[in-house]
Design a protein around this ligand. Sequence first.
Ligand code: FAD
Ligand code: 2HG
Ligand code: ZN
Length: 462
Amino acid sequence: MQALLDELKKIVGPRGWVDDEADLEPHLTEWRGVYEGKTPLLVAPASSNEVAAVVRACNAAGVSVVPQGGNTGMCGGAVPDASGTQILLSLHRMKRIREVDAANFSMTVDAGCVLADIQAAARVADRYFPLSLGAEGTCQIGGNLATDAGGLNVLRYGTARSLTLGLEVVLADGTVLSSLRALRKDTAGYDLKQLFIGSEGTLGIITAACLRLFPDPGELQTAMVAVRTAGESVGLLASLKEQLSDQVETFELVSDYVFGLVEKHIPDARLPFEQRFPWYVLIEAACSVDELEEALGHAMEDGPVLDAVIAKNTAESARLWRMRESISEAERQDGKALKHDISVPVSAMPAFLEKGDALLEALNPHARLVAFGHVGDGNLHYNVVLPREMDANEWVEEGKRVTGAIYDLVTGFGGSISAEHGIGQLKREWLAEYGNDVELGLMRKLKKTLDPAGILNPGKVI
Ligand code: FAD
Ligand code: 2HG
Ligand code: ZN
């Protein structure tokens, strides 16, 4: 091992590695503190060639590599195991915007670029990169692509996958796969980049990406709308889509309990209503105030809207967005939650929510549901907080029982146990249980073909 560590240090140079315990600490714990690991060395290559040399050396030595972006993932995918033998490969020094091609509506970036910096670079060129999520000030585009991140604008623009034109990937043997083509049409053989998007570092290390850009969406309106039931929000979405078409960019459902947590833990966070309602929807639409008012008025006639506030300026809009984007932090401060990042067809969402309420009540009447998320994409964060008085073992056992029952319900609706966060360590066993055998078999074959020695992020996904 020592010979390998010396070789890796030489490859990345004196500024490219860390082995001091205090400096390593933030890289070894997952965002929520649920997963912790150990490493003999963190390497931070400065170029794709350095990544390739690191991976080649690790492969030759049979030593595992765990890629890490901003370490904001929700499933423990970016943290090494407890063996203390896995090399942590951080992309944080690779943050060059390689090219912005405004006429082609594309840009090529290093994998370590922070998402917010990519959005800003697109704006400078009068273009728009729509991927947006609460962690955008920290997460990296490599991590976004490795998890096929969704976020807040999927309704109109799709997930990270649909925003990708090309990729550069370092394979397990150190070969650089360069598919950084900035093409919208390309049917020359298999579309290999798709294999690596959403593979959570188990098939290759993403070192660069060519991304799709869009025109500036122009005037955007933000509204918070109160509804009686979560199911009714689906009717509201359909009504707004019929009137505003794809101008509806965001449609986020949040329960009153969840916004209560935000008000409790996040300074100055307040809902804009004088009374409480059961559920709220945060909407963003690329239209004028009049158009949004008219569309909401129309929806109100049909029943589902109890009250609505449209932000009058960017400060009001930012206050509404802060409520939404602070949910994970508020939930974390409130205590440990069972995370269920699930999706069902949008049309099945009302029935799913109704059955879910009854299921939770029957499973454990003291459990609290923390439900929020991207209902416009059929994706809810259906998190559950178990009673605090449980001891650690009880918590784990009860957690498995509750999660299993929720996943049974989700799959019964033709849904997924992982909509946008990926599998990581958190859901690896659940994927083995709920995954389709043919799909899982093919995934294992792909893994074996692309990474025969199993050095890339072992213990994650499959
Ligand atoms: P990391 O956490 O570092 O890594 C995630 C996975 O990708 C790991 O398996 C890691 O090994 C792998 N990986 C990282 N970089 C590479 C690379 N270059 N090549 C290959 N593999 C790599 N997610 C959503 O989808 N939607 C949301 O709305 C959303 N909101 C969030 C809000 C908050 C406040 C937080 C903390 C997280 C949120 N997330 C959300 C989860 C998280 O931000 C995303 O999963 C994000 O895409 C992870 O990016 P990262 O750079 O932090 O990746
Ligand atoms: C969000 O939509 C994120 O805010 C995080 O995907 C979800 O904390 C969560 O469960
Ligand atoms: Zn989400």
